[in-house]
Design a protein around this ligand. Structure first.
Ligand code: SF4
Length: 335
């Protein structure tokens, strides 16, 4: 797997027409496969999938499914999480090069070194991490339950929070803890959505709600602006991608500004077609997510590639940290 920002050429050359859709469905039946698509996938991939959602919800659907094969249209750590929760199933990702700059911002070796500097600290990792990092983690969290997970840790224990600095800042502020250390990782897409841009868009659309993913660089700024009265506090909603879909159905606003990866707009528009959803930054597109092309999906189903493997010991340790998260609170969301 490669997930640096070097040039990676996705599988291409196939139009997602009806013939493609029929062939995908036929091959999926033949393989006894369930097709899962993350909310940041392109619309054609989202529409052909059996289930669309955030990474953890999809992994849990995969584990509960009768299908013997899971085709995970998302990035590599998500397919790994599905494999961790469904060790007996075959897990395929249409292009194993689809990595994640956030997951890659901390390695297992770096986390081990950090732990050695803080003996006795409790490690909390966001689900956007590799299996190796999850195996070194005490409790995983999603963006929706990160605050509850950290609040469940005795106050006198140090906490190491990784890998996302923006989510870590949000948790630190909400819990008021000063013994939490935050890893300086970030996602190149979310970091590109910034506070000034959000303030400008909010000022131009005073009646719009603001749906913000806490990994966005603007999450802290949004709360600050709300505190200042620049953006009305009741308009700012810090939500996981799964919770955004619920909020779209419930909001009374006629327009909503969305601060996360632009693939999310497709699900929101489907959930509430009468609302005008606009991206805060319409360049916020994850190139790794978009490597799962119609051609890549077809190849995956035809060739049974790329299969995801996690060694048994790593998977068992990683599974324990994911299960601790589930015991603490119903995790809605994550990316
Ligand atoms: S949007 Fe960012 S965090 Fe999400 S998969 Fe892409 S690089 Fe990773």
């Amino acid at each position: 797997m490669t997930s640096t920002l070097q040039e990676l050429t996705p599988y291409s050359g196939i139009e997602p027409d009806e013939a493609w859709a029929e062939e995908v469905r036929r091959l999926a039946r033949e393989r006894d496969a369930v097709l899962l698509a993350h909310n940041y996938q392109s619309p054609a991939i989202q529409d052909i999938a059996d289930h669309t959602g955030d990474s953890l919800a999809l992994s849990r659907i995969a584990a509960a499914s009768d299908a013997s094969t899971i085709v995970f249209c998302g990035v590599h750590f998500m397919a790994e999480t599905a494999k961790i929760l469904s060790p007996d199933k075959t897990v395929l990702i249409p292009d194993a090069r689809a990595g994640c700059s956030l997951a890659d911002s901390i390695t297992g070796a770096q986390l081990r070194a950090w732990k050695a500097e803080h003996p006795g600290a409790v490690v909390v990792s966001y689900v956007n991490t590799t299996a190796e990092v999850k195996a070194e983690t005490d409790i995983c969290c999603t963006s929706s339950n990160a605050v509850d997970v950290v609040a469940s840790i005795p106050e006198d224990r140090e906490v190491l929070f990784c890998p996302d600095q923006f989510l870590g800042a949000h948790v630190k502020r909400e819990t008021g803890r000063d013994n939490i250390h935050v890893w300086a990782g970030e996602c190149h897409v979310h970091a590109g959505i910034n506070g000034p841009e959000l303030a400008e868009r909010a000022a131009a659309n005073p009646d719009a709600d603001l749906f913000i993913h806490p990994e966005c660089g603007c999450a802290t700024s949004a709360l600050y602006l709300a505190g200042e009265g620049t953006v009305p506090r009741e308009k700012v909603k810090i939500l996981s991608t799964g919770d955004m879909v619920h909020a779209a159905r419930d909001t009374k606003a006629r327009s909503v500004l969305v601060a996360t990866e632009i693939g999310m707009l497709h699900q929101l528009r489907k959930a509430a077609p009468e609302i005008d959803f606009q991206a805060v930054n319409d360049r916020a597109s994850c190139r790794f997510m978009k490597m799962i092309t119609p051609a890549a999906l077809l190849r995956s189903l035809r060739e049974g590639a790329d299969e995801v493997h996690v060694d048994q010991e790593t998977a068992a340790r990683a599974r324990a940290s994911v299960q601790r998260m589930i015991e603490i609170g119903q995790p809605g969301g994550g990316e």
